[in-house]
Each structure stands twice: as C-alpha cells, then as structure tokens.
Design a binder for this molecule. Structure first.
Ligand SMILES: [Zn+2]
Length: 393
C-alpha cells in the first residue's frame, strides 16, 4: 500500500458551519477549545460539531466525502474489518454478533481516526505544537500522526502509564509529561492552551466537553463503514465502551446522518458501556456536570466526568447506558481472545455490556449486535504472568 505524505487540505465543501449540540446555536468554523461559548457562559458546557449539507440518497455513498477533510488515509487508518462471531453469538444466545475491530488501525485503536483529522487541522491552521491528556491509546496515536506530519507533540499523563505505551510515545519523538493526578493533566493543558502555546486534542475543562471537534468528526466514519459492510442486513444494536463519549457520539451521529440523507430508514440503537455508573446516573436524573467517582482497571474508560455529547448520542440513537462488573469483563476478555480477538480490557467491556442488556430485556435474542472493539490488547500490562512451561519432552 502507498501511504501519501500529509499535506494541508481545504475543509469539506459540504460544511456549512458549526452547531452546538445542546442549544443549537450556529457558529462559523473555527477552534472553540472549550465548546459552545454560549453554553459555557451559562455553565452548561457542550460540544460544537460540524453541520453538513449532505448528499441525498440515490448518489453513490462515499464515506470520505462526509468527513471534515476528504483526505486519503494518512497511516492506513479506517476501513477496519467487521468480524463475524457465530460461535460466541450462540453462547450469548443472540441471532447475530459481529465486532468492528478498531484494533486494526495503525496504532492499534480507534484513536487514529481522531488523530488523522485533528492533525490535518493543526497543520492547516499552523499550530506548531499539539497536546493531549491521555492514559495511553490517544497519546500513542497522536504522537504517531504528529511525527508523520512533522509537528511537535506533548502527551500529558500520570505515572500509572504502562511501559508499552510509554515506549511507543517516546519512540515517536513526543514529549511525555506526568502529573500526579488525572485532573492535574487538564489544569496543565488548560494553562498552555489558553496561553496559545499548545493546540489541545482533548478536553481540559471541568465539567468536561468532548474532544476537539475536528477529531471527533472522524468517528462518524465507523458508522459509515458498518453501513457499507452490512449490505442488506443492518445491525439493531451497537455497544460502545464509553468514557466521555467521543466514539459513542460519532457512531450515533454517523447513523443519524445516514438516516437524514435517506440511506437508512431504521438506525441501530447505540448503547454506552461504562466501567461504573456515570451516564447511567445522569439518565436517572442526576446533573451531567456532577463528578462521579469510581476506580477501574479499564484505564481507557476511567474519569469522573460525563460530557453532554454522550447524552446527545443516546437521544439520537435511542440507546441506553450500562455499567459492567469488572470480574465479568476480565472473563469476557478471555472469551473474546478464544475467538481470536485479543482486546484491551476496556474494549472487552462491550461484550459484558451486551450480556447485561440482554438480561434486562433491552436487547432481544433476535438482535444483530455489533461490539465496537476499540483497541487490541498488546499494549496492556498483564496483571499476572505465569512462567512459560519449559519443554520437557
Ligand atoms: Zn450551546
């Protein structure tokens, strides 16, 4: 495969502006690092997203023409496989089960979709230094795409980052900085972003907003690809491991856009799977700006905040939120590996979430469910390692 060099590109000509997902106010395309200015002023932080004038059904569907930059893949991101899991479907008791294997992206996670578009923006707008708060996947991904584009990258993490992630980030030439707490990462980035020194890829305010809109836009492609991969047998339910809801929103909005343009009549429900109740509590009436504390081994899904975009996603896609039990996720990580898919623990939670929603009769036995397998497991530090048995004949 030939991989083209990264060049600045014009924005997709179908974009008519940016719109707040909460108050629906419209804004010209620009960098709003803390989301909708009107909602922020009312202490109700909310994301701005791109508004498209999308082609009507009848025209051949081309996923790339629906993204903020209609660019070719930069390091080979996207077009990930949809893996059929018939044996697991039968064990779980569901008609059809597939996994959208995002571990097949260049740095092993869905984050490459965000990094590719975010770096295009950084390059087009002339930002010399990009920054990200990350526990691992997003940091590795941004470091790789920044390296390819010749842009300086700073990854702010905590001392808990595993050696596998750390080595990859350093190999890509990014600067790695640790702070003592997760929240301190955001304080550091806030100061540098407001001073105009760093262009941030992720949220840094509390209450939180979604990640940079140029990057989040790329997650819509997961829905577009699945639409093309299903052919005439669309899924009914999609399960997304979720923290602040970037992927959740992207997938839900992608289906929403396909319906708006007439390509789909019925869209699948998109469900959020969480390591402990956050969105679930908001759906039960708590304020989304509450800090929800909880510990988890699912490092990619940690954090105490809920972003408004997660609620917008579930509203658009008629989905629910489910918190999963950690020992069950550890079992499901093993179960998926026995099907050939070695996923990060955070990703395996999608299967556990499916089991819970079936038990609650939210997802019926006749459903076709898709697990968004956000990341492969090779970068995880094993919690135990038994010695390999020596060959004894
Ligand atoms: Zn607003």
């Amino acid at each position: 495969m030939t991989v083209p060099a990264i060049d600045p590109l014009p924005l997709n000509s179908k974009i008519v502006g940016m719109r707040c997902i909460r108050c629906q106010a419209c804004f010209p395309v620009a960098d709003y690092l803390e989301g909708c200015p009107a909602c922020l002023a009312s202490s109700l932080p909310s994301s701005l997203v791109f508004d498209y004038r999308l082609a009507a059904a009848g025209a051949p569907f081309n996923a790339r023409e629906w993204l903020v930059y209609a660019s070719d893949p930069q390091l080979g991101e996207g077009d990930t496989p949809l893996v059929e899991l018939p044996r697991l479907a039968s064990d779980v008791g569901i008609a059809r089960l597939t996994a959208k294997y995002e571990g097949a992206n260049p740095t092993g996670s869905h984050k490459d979709r965000m990094s590719a578009l975010f770096i295009q923006r950084a390059k087009s707008a002339g930002f010399p230094t990009v920054a990200i708060a990350s526990s691992g996947n997003a940091g590795v991904s941004l470091a790789a795409y920044a390296a390819a584009a010749g842009i300086e990258c700073v990854v702010v993490t905590t001392e808990k980052m595993t050696d596998n992630w750390r080595r990859a980030i350093e190999m890509h030439g990014a600067r790695l900085i640790a702070t003592s707490t997760v929240d301190d990462r955001w304080h550091l980035i806030a100061g540098k972003a407001r001073a105009g020194e760093w262009y941030p890829a992720t949220n840094y305010i509390i209450p939180a907003v979604g990640s940079n809109p140029f990057g989040v836009d790329g997650y819509r492609a997961i829905a577009f690809e699945m639409f093309l991969q299903w052919q005439d047998a669309p899924a009914t339910d999609v399960l997304v491991p979720t923290s602040r809801g970037d992927v959740l929103w992207g997938v839900a909005r992608g289906f929403h856009d396909l319906r708006q343009a007439g390509y789909l009549t019925d869209v699948p429900r998109v469900h959020a799977v969480e390591p402990f109740p956050r969105i679930e509590r908001v759906l039960s009436g708590e304020d989304y700006r509450t800090l929800f504390s909880g510990q988890t081994l699912m490092t990619s899904l940690g954090g105490s905040t809920v972003a408004y975009q997660a609620l917008d996603a579930l509203r658009m896609a008629g989905g629910s939120a489910v918190a999963v039990n950690e020992p069950a996720v550890i079992e499901d990580q093993r179960r998926l590996a026995l099907e050939g898919l070695y996923l990060e623990l955070s990703s395996a939670s999608a299967l556990t979430g499916l089991r819970s929603l079936m038990k609650r009769n939210v997802i019926p036995a006749g459903a076709h469910a898709v697990l968004i397998a956000t990341s492969h497991g090779y970068k995880e530090e094993p919690s135990f390692t038994a010695p390999i048995p020596i060959f004894s004949g």
